[in-house]
Every structure is written in C-alpha cells, then in structure tokens.
Design a protein around this ligand. Structure first.
Ligand SMILES: CN(C)C(=N)NCCC[C@H](N)C(=O)O
Length: 246
C-alpha cells in the first residue's frame, strides 16, 4: 500500500475500477440468476419455499458450480482488462513523459483486440473457469450451511445472519480460489509481457519452480479482507431483492 501510494498517489488504488463497476451488475445477475434457476430446476421449490424445504447440499453445490461456470464467459474480458490496468504501474502521465501503454479500459480492450485478436480478450478464461466452477459451488454451500446452522428451522435468516454467512462464504471461497487466481492473473498478463505459458499446468510448474509453493498464497490476505464486506453485502442484497420481488 505504501509503495503504491508513493509511486502512484491515491489514484493508484482505483486503477481499473470503472470496468469492474460496469460489469459487476451483469456478472452477479448471471451468477445468481443461473444459480437460482438451476436450483429451481433441481428441487422444484421456489426461493420462498426453500426455507421450509431446504435443498440438499449436493443440489446447492451443483447449482453453484453451474452459476460459476456460466458467469466466467461474462466476467473473462472485464477481468482481463482490470488485471492489465492494475498491473500497469507507471506513475500518472506528466507533461513530456511517454503515455502509459493503456490509456483506459476502452483503449485497453481495443489494443488487446488489435494486438492479440478478439480471442485475446478471453486470455486466461480457462484458468478462470477452473477457479470459479468448484469455488462457487463451495461458496453457496458455505453460505447455506452457515444460515442453516444459525437459523431456527423453517424461518428466514435474519439480516445479521445473512451478512455474517455471506462474508464467511466469501472468505472461504477466496481461500480456495487464490491459488488459481494467481495462475489466472499470470496467464492474463502473459500476452503483454511476451511470457508464453503452454497452459495452466505449465504456468503452475514454472511459477513453483521460480518462487516455491508460497506463490499459491499470493494475495490471500487482501482477497480475504476484501471478501468479507463484499460478499456480506452481495448476499444481503440477493436475499432482500428476492424477498421483495420474488
Ligand atoms: C472466490 N470467488 C471467485 C467468488 N467467491 N466469486 C463470487 C463472488 C464474487 C464477489 N463479487 C467477490 O468479488 O468476492
């Protein structure tokens, strides 16, 4: 944090923020929409009926994995642009200094298409699929299990329970996701740095060879610290919106 602040000022912390904001609503509605509808297809119970007739954890896991798998294809281009912009660490342009490689998210998307072809926008999508498919199954199972443990049978969980269960589900899922998150980000940067990996396994092997097993924990603390508030609010919004409109 200190280095980022010294090198890039407060603005450095907001690098690559506009695209995630634009994409988060779409990505989350695809994720939660596919999850809910898959659960509806598997259990034939609506969201309202689910507290009285809770779905099995196997059904929750399958629905979560399906949501995770489908949302990857909305998330991949936005995530790639975010990673590329966040890794651009030149200080803000000063008069006379060379312009940064990417001038913003749109310029970044256009440059990737020109330099790497439209498929370049999906660089790292396979690693993202491996990261998100099982992880989102675990995410929803953790959330449902924690709500179930802290709520008397048949009742809706309180807002405090939803916030705590959502926050812990976020931490657990990011703890599971972080090793593949590291690999995914390296593969997304590969096109830029002309460092070519032959695939996910090659990227894993060469990262471990150069930096040891600790490489898989890079960013774990910051991912977990961020995960609690983000996912607490995400689940509270999901539950409340379905209660009002469902
Ligand atoms: C570990 N992963 C990938 C997840 N839990 N993903 C789902 C929630 C993502 C949420 N917007 C967040 O950024 O935490």
């Amino acid at each position: 944090m200190v280095k980022t602040y010294r090198h890039e000022s407060l603005l450095g912390f907001f690098k690559g923020m506009s695209f995630p904001i634009a994409s988060i609503a779409v990505v989350n509605s695809v994720l939660f929409g596919v999850y809910s509808n898959t659960l509806l297809a598997l259990t034939a119970t609506s969201h309202q009926e689910r507290r009285a007739q809770p779905p099995s954890y196997t059904h929750v896991f399958i629905a979560g994995c399906t949501g995770g798998f489908v949302q990857v294809y909305c998330l991949a281009p936005f995530d790639l642009i975010k990673v590329r912009l966040q890794n651009q660490t030149e200080p803000r342009a000063r008069p006379g200094s060379p312009p940064p490689r990417y001038r913003g998210p749109v310029h970044c998307a256009v440059s990737i298409c020109q330099e790497e072809g439209p498929r370049g926008l999906f660089r790292g999508a396979w690693a993202l699929t491996l990261r998100d498919t099982p992880t989102l199954g675990i995410y929803f199972v953790t959330y449902e299990w924690l709500c179930h443990q802290s709520t008397p049978g048949g009742q809706n969980p309180s807002s405090a329970t939803v916030l705590a269960a959502g926050g812990f589900a976020g931490i657990v899922s990011w703890a599971v996701a972080t090793p593949l998150d590291v690999i995914k980000s390296r593969m997304q940067m590969a096109g830029l740095k002309h460092r070519v990996y032959r695939g996910v396994l090659d990227c894993m092997a060469s990262s471990v060879r150069q930096e040891g097993l600790g490489v898989f924990c890079r960013g774990l603390t910051i991912n977990s610290a961020r995960a609690f508030p983000v996912n607490a609010v995400t689940f509270l919004s999901y539950e409340d919106l379905l209660r009002w409109w469902g």
